[in-house]
Design a protein around this ligand. Structure first.
Ligand code: CIZ
Length: 309
C-alpha cells in the first residue's frame, strides 16, 4: 500500500476527516493548533449542542473524557472517538455515584445538580446537569422548597448560591486543581499594573471569594469569548485555563489578553495533539461509548442542561 504524503499535518487531518465523514469538536482549553483545525471550538454546552445537530458519522472530541461521554449519550447512533483515553478530569474524579446515593438516602425529597465536569455514572444518579454558562439558571429553575446538593465544584456552587440567594443548597467540596492555581495576590498585582484592564473571572477559580469584588464579569469560557468581542475595553485580565487565550486573541487581534496565571494549565487538556488526532481518525479510536443503562439515566439531566441556553 502506498502511503500518501501531505504538505502539512493540517492537510492530512482535513483529508482524513473527509474520508471518515468526521467532525472535530475542540474545547476552549485545547492547544491553539487543535482549535485551528477544529470544525467547532467551544465550551461543553456549545459542543454538546454541536454534537447533537451534526450529520457527521464520526465525532472526534478533542477535550476530556466526560465531554466525549456527553456527546455519546446525546448521539447514540454516532461513533464518538477521542485522541487520548487518558485525558480525564481531576474535578470529575472528586465525586462518585455512591456519594450521591448516600446523600439521596439521607434526603429523599432532595435533588442533585451536577456540574458537567462529572462522569456519566455520576450524571446517571443526578437530577439536573449544568455548565458554568447556565448553572445559575438551572438552579433558579428548581422549586424553592427543594433541598439541593450541588456537585462537585465548591467554588462554582458558592457563586451560584450567592447569585440565587438559595439557602437550602449543600455544596460538595471538589475543586479544579488548575483553577486553584490562580491566586488572589497575582490578580491584585495585575490590576495595579493594568489599571484599565477589565478582569474576567471563571467561577471555578479557587480565589473566587477573595477576588470576585474586583471582577468586571464572572463568566464561563464561552461567556468570555462573547463578552470580550462586545466590550470597548482594550485590555483584559483572564482568570481561567490558559487555552482560552488562543481564541480570545484570534478573535480580537487588536486587544490585549493577560493570563491571571500562566501556570493555569490543565495537563489533561494538553494531552491531545495533532499527531494523536491523525492516529485517532486513521484507526477510529479510541471509541467512547456509555453503557445503554447508564446513558438512559444520564440523558435526562443532560437534556435539562441543553434545554437551558
Ligand atoms: O463548560 C465547560 O466547558 C467548562 C468546563 C468550562 C467553561 O466555562 O467552558
Amino acid at each position: 500500500m502506498t502511503k500518501k504524503f501531505y504538505a502539512s499535518i493540517e492537510e492530512e487531518i482535513s483529508e482524513l476527516k473527509k474520508e471518515r465523514k468526521a467532525v472535530i469538536l475542540a474545547h476552549n482549553y485545547q492547544v491553539g493548533e487543535i482549535q485551528d483545525i477544529a470544525d467547532f471550538t467551544g465550551d461543553s454546552l456549545g459542543l454538546a449542542l454541536q454534537a447533537r445537530k451534526t450529520d457527521a458519522e464520526v465525532i472526534l472530541f478533542s477535550g476530556v473524557h466526560f465531554m466525549a461521554e456527553t456527546a455519546s449519550i446525546l448521539c447514540p447512533d454516532k461513533k464518538v472517538i477521542v485522541p487520548d483515553l487518558a485525558a480525564g478530569c481531576s474535578l470529575a474524579d472528586m465525586i462518585r455515584p455512591q456519594d450521591i446515593r448516600d446523600w439521596k438516602a439521607a434526603h429523599p425529597e432532595g435533588v442533585v445538580v451536577c456540574y458537567v465536569n462529572t462522569s456519566a455514572v455520576v450524571k446517571a444518579e443526578s437530577d439536573y446537569c449544568c455548565t458554568s454558562a447556565n448553572a445559575e439558571k438551572v438552579v433558579a429553575s428548581i422549586p424553592a422548597e427543594k433541598e439541593i446538593l450541588f456537585v462537585p465544584d465548591f467554588f462554582l456552587g458558592t457563586y451560584v448560591k450567592e447569585r440565587t440567594g438559595r439557602k437550602n443548597m449543600e455544596l460538595w467540596r471538589g475543586y479544579c486543581p488548575t483553577h486553584v492555581e490562580i491566586q488572589a495576590s497575582q490578580i491584585n498585582k495585575l490590576k495595579i499594573e493594568h489599571p484599565d484592564a477589565e478582569f474576567l473571572m471563571h467561577p471555578e477559580c479557587g480565589c473566587l471569594t477573595k477576588s470576585m469584588h474586583l471582577a468586571d464579569r464572572i463568566l464561563s469560557t464561552e461567556g468570555m469569548v462573547h463578552y470580550a468581542k462586545e466590550s470597548k475595553a482594550r485590555e483584559f485580565i483572564v482568570a481561567t485555563e490558559v487555552g482560552i487565550l488562543h481564541r480570545l486573541r484570534r478573535d480580537n487581534p487588536e486587544k490585549l489578553f493577560i493570563p491571571a496565571s500562566a501556570h493555569a494549565v490543565c495537563s489533561y487538556m494538553k494531552m491531545n495533539t495533532l499527531e494523536k488526532i491523525v492516529a485517532s481518525l486513521e484507526n477510529l479510536a479510541y471509541e467512547v461509548r456509555v453503557p445503554a443503562e447508564i446513558a438512559e439515566r444520564a440523558r435526562r439531566p443532560i437534556e435539562r442542561m441543553v434545554a437551558v441556553v
